[in-house]
Design a binder for this molecule. Structure first.
Ligand code: GLU
Length: 453
């Protein structure tokens, strides 16, 4: 057992599936608090529920931690492999008359007729919760509670106390749903001679309707967020804000994990439940996305583009690179790129659009003047050097005087339509810039020929 006073926190998930967002938040607080105190966090799998716990779920947990950038923990232990240890503690308690084998009336067929019960000393236990202050509970009502179904089947409360003791856990930081477990766990600690760790019970993570976050609210697991294309640092950032925020007057909401190690304060965690809002997470993700370097942003965009787009005839990385500023402005999460593709908002950048000539005509304008405007613009743009095409402002300066003189709608609508073939698309300057000189002129000429027929 670790006897020095280094801070050791713990993350003890049950490997029963994807990790719930609330548990991830709790894990992050344990991680931050340990780092702030030059300590470390222990990970263990609470897999004593043999029906629900599966080894194949363990990677969901370790991969989730790695995705968040948390890798500095030892190989996790498994409660299922520590039965002999729990057994020795139970035997000792029985020998010391602190626990006993109790004969029970089986409530249903097949049920055991003996269990192991703890001899409750029926006293008040007190602990000082870092978030909730002093809590005092009379344990008499708990009676002689069960600590094991048999010598080899300790229940959760017993295994947790033994594990925390043997790992030298100094701080138990966990969800408020465990607060009612604490008094009996303290009694068990006292019976095995363990000292009491410090406790911090964290507010629950709630859905928008203020009930505990669950499947019907949408995303509930870290895996859901990973799949949705959020950035790890944004998830780390947002989950830390579920129950904690900087002091009044400090409005900062965007933090890197390193900054959070500096700023986070366990004692400032709120008591009230924390509402998980996917909208807020999207906003935070966007702020992190805006800070990505062009290179990283580019490669993430490439990864996110569906093959329906990359297979288009005019697709090239060169053109994609010109589209990046527009995408950076438009998306909040990389998966939005797929949505844009599905909604037809990307394909015209990479293939000549199909449309009817009539769509080119703005409101009260007509075929003849629309054609005349497109011819004039085509001429003006032909005179613009390829070099000037690298700058949206010079493209704008080139066509703007003509548009202002001849009516912006009458000129810019057909120009935009000739380039995108869509009722809604970015402005014509952006389209000209992304498509480049050759393709833009080609599309305008195509529009002119449609108007001729
Ligand atoms: N395995 C428990 C859970 O996933 C954690 C218990 C604890 O933190 O003491 O809720």
């Amino acid at each position: 057992m670790n006897t020095n006073k280094t801070v050791i926190t713990r993350f003890p998930p049950s490997p029963t599936g994807a990790i719930h967002i609330g548990n991830v938040r709790t894990m992050i607080f344990n991680h931050l608090f340990a780092l702030q105190n030059n300590g470390h966090m222990v990970v263990r799998f609470e897999d004593t529920d043999r029906a629900r716990s599966k080894k194949e779920f363990e990677p969901l947990i370790t991969e989730g931690l790695a995705w968040l950038g948390i890798t500095d923990f030892d190989q996790p232990t498994r409660q299922s492999e520590r039965t002999h240890i729990y057994r020795s503690y139970i035997e000792k308690l029985i020998a010391e008359d602190k626990a006993y084998v109790s004969k029970e009336e089986p409530k249903e067929a097949g049920q055991r007729d003996t269990v192991i019960r703890f001899k409750n000393p029926n006293k008040k236990v007190k602990f000082n919760d870092i978030i909730r202050g002093e809590i005092s509970v009379d344990t008499t009502d708990l009676g002689d509670f069960i600590i094991a179904k048999s010598l080899d089947e300790p229940i959760y409360h017993f295994a947790v106390v033994v594990d925390d003791y043997e790992a030298g856990i100094t701080h138990v930081i966990r969800g408020e749903d465990h607060i009612s477990n604490t008094p009996r766990q303290i009694l068990i600690q006292q019976s095995i001679g363990a000292s009491m760790p410090k406790y911090a019970h964290l507010p629950m993570v709630l859905g928008p309707d203020k009930s505990k976050l669950s499947k019907r609210h949408g995303s509930t697991s870290l895996q859901d967020l990973m799949k949705a294309g959020y950035l790890p640092n944004a998830v780390f950032n947002y989950l830390t804000l579920l129950g904690w925020h900087p002091k009044e007057g400090e409005e900062q909401e965007i933090f890197t994990p390193d900054e959070l190690v500096q700023e986070f304060k366990l004692e400032d965690v709120q008591k009230a439940g924390a509402v998980f809002s996917e909208e807020k997470l999207r906003w935070i993700n966007k702020q992190h996305l805006l800070k990505l370097s062009d290179g990283v942003f580019f490669s993430k965009v490439k990864e996110s583009l569906p093959t329906e787009i990359t297979n288009l005839p005019e697709y090239s990385e060169n053109r994609l690179a010109r589209l990046l500023p527009e995408l950076r402005e438009r998306i909040s999460v990389f998966s939005d790129i797929k949505t844009m593709a599905e909604e037809g908002e990307l394909e015209y950048f990479f293939e000549q659009p199909g449309y009817f000539a009539e769509s080119l005509i703005w409101k009260k304008s007509d075929k003849i003047s629309t054609k005349k405007h497109l011819e004039s613009i085509c001429k003006i743009l032909s005179d613009l050097d390829e070099g000037d095409w690298e700058d949206k402002l010079s493209i704008k300066d080139t066509i703007w005087p003509y548009a202002e003189t001849n009516g912006k709608g009458d000129v810019l609508w057909p120009l935009r339509y000739s380039l995108s073939g869509a009722d809604r698309s970015p402005d014509p300057i952006t389209l000209l810039f992304v498509l480049g000189k050759t393709e833009s002129l080609q599309r305008i000429k195509e529009a002119i020929s449609k108007l001729e027929s």
